[in-house]
Write a protein that binds this ligand. Structure first.
Ligand code: BT5
Length: 324
């Protein structure tokens, strides 16, 4: 009922009398007041005037379904959202919720054990970023799952572009602005032989970080949209945009082997054409990234002319002179 009252206040965008609300929802004035107070506790700013009623003044900067719905035009991606103020890791929660339907989104304002790849830590301060995981159930060969990371990267790149933000994709799981990482992706899968039970696509985006939010040891390689653009970015609008772009590219992945994703990742790659280090544990080789194939593998050429197709997940790629 609280959400219905909120919807009514939003639609009216002006004062609305207690009588009108009471009539619409068949409730008493004290019941209305109870729900208004709950909304206020959730940081909705609601004005009240004796002879005019209630008016919604402002909504909180929260990534709840109610607040992003107006930006969404998806069929199933993000249509059900589990929202948390604080959580250990949205990827862990998504795994717990694996029986939910495809497209369910787990989102938190803050993670206290955010995870990167290979057990690395992902810093996720409160309300400064988008920390989310999508539950997916693609009916494809498990070998194709690494491509979903690229679908996520391409969707984020496009959403940034829609909002006038220029970025590059660092194969396979980073988005880069001005040579620093603004977003990382962690894809995890649960499968049996050739059947996928579920995939969790975890996305972390540094949106409104200030420099002080970045630990000193990451300052040379991490950044945020706010730092690079010198203004706050609406997380709600950005999240809606990402989910919209993701659904289109995910459908292309399911039907057409992700042709659109591959071309976005190729055209906006920060690695192709550059000398790179290919790091497998303690083994480091130097080569040049020359292309990406339709399977989403990075093609590297070594000094002796040999070519290698690199499958995402098996290696780390670094530029020769620093992070990129
Ligand atoms: C990644 O790992 O880039 C994947 C990050 C995925 C995070 C999301 S948030 C929602 C979901 N729930 C989770 O628990 N995780 C996912 P990797 O390529 O391994 O990069 C990790 C490295 O990036 C760390 O070792 C740090 O050096 C650096 N790092 C940590 N936090 C960062 C941040 N907020 N921004 C940029 N770099 C960061």
């Amino acid at each position: 009922m609280k959400n219905e009252i909120l919807k009514m206040l939003k639609e009216k965008n002006d004062f609305i009398s207690e009588g009108e609300i009471a009539k619409e929802f068949h409730m008493t004035r004290s019941a209305i007041l109870k729900y208004i107070n709950i909304l206020k506790e959730e940081s909705y700013d609601i004005d009240f005037m004796q002879n005019k009623g209630y008016k919604l003044i402002s909504v909180p900067d929260k990534l709840t379904f109610e607040e992003i719905e107006k930006y969404l035009n998806t069929k199933y991606i993000g249509r059900k959202i589990y929202y948390y103020e604080t959580i250990d890791s949205t990827n862990n929660k998504a795994k717990e919720l694996n029986k939910e339907e495809e497209g369910t989104l787990i989102i938190a304002e803050e993670q206290n054990s955010g995870k990167g790849r290979l057990g690395r830590q992902w810093i996720s301060p409160k309300r400064k970023g988008i920390w989310m995981s999508l539950l997916l159930k693609p009916k494809v060969d498990p070998l194709k799952v690494s491509k979903i990371t690229l679908v996520g990267a391409a969707a984020i790149h496009k959403a940034f572009e829609n909002m006038g933000i220029k970025s590059h994709i660092k194969w396979p799981n980073d988005i880069i602005i001005n040579n620093k990482k603004v977003c990382g992706i962690l894809t995890e899968m649960n499968c049996e032989l050739n059947l996928i039970n579920y995939v969790v696509l975890g996305i972390g985006i540094n949106v409104n970080f200030d420099k002080e939010d970045i630990p000193s040891d990451l300052l040379d390689k991490a950044t945020s949209l706010k730092i690079e653009l010198d203004k706050e970015i609406s997380r709600q609008n950005l999240l809606g945009n990402i989910l919209n772009e993701f659904e289109l590219l995910y459908e292309d992945f399911l039907e057409y082997n992700a042709e659109k994703t591959i071309s976005i990742c190729k055209e906006n790659s920060i690695l192709i054409g550059k000398d790179v280090q290919i790091i497998r544990g303690n083994n480091i080789k130097i080569g040049k990234a020359i292309d990406m194939n339709i399977e989403g593998e990075l093609i590297v050429q070594y000094e002796n002319g040999d070519l290698e197709n690199i499958y995402s997940g098996e290696v780390s790629i670094r530029g020769l002179y620093g992070y990129i």
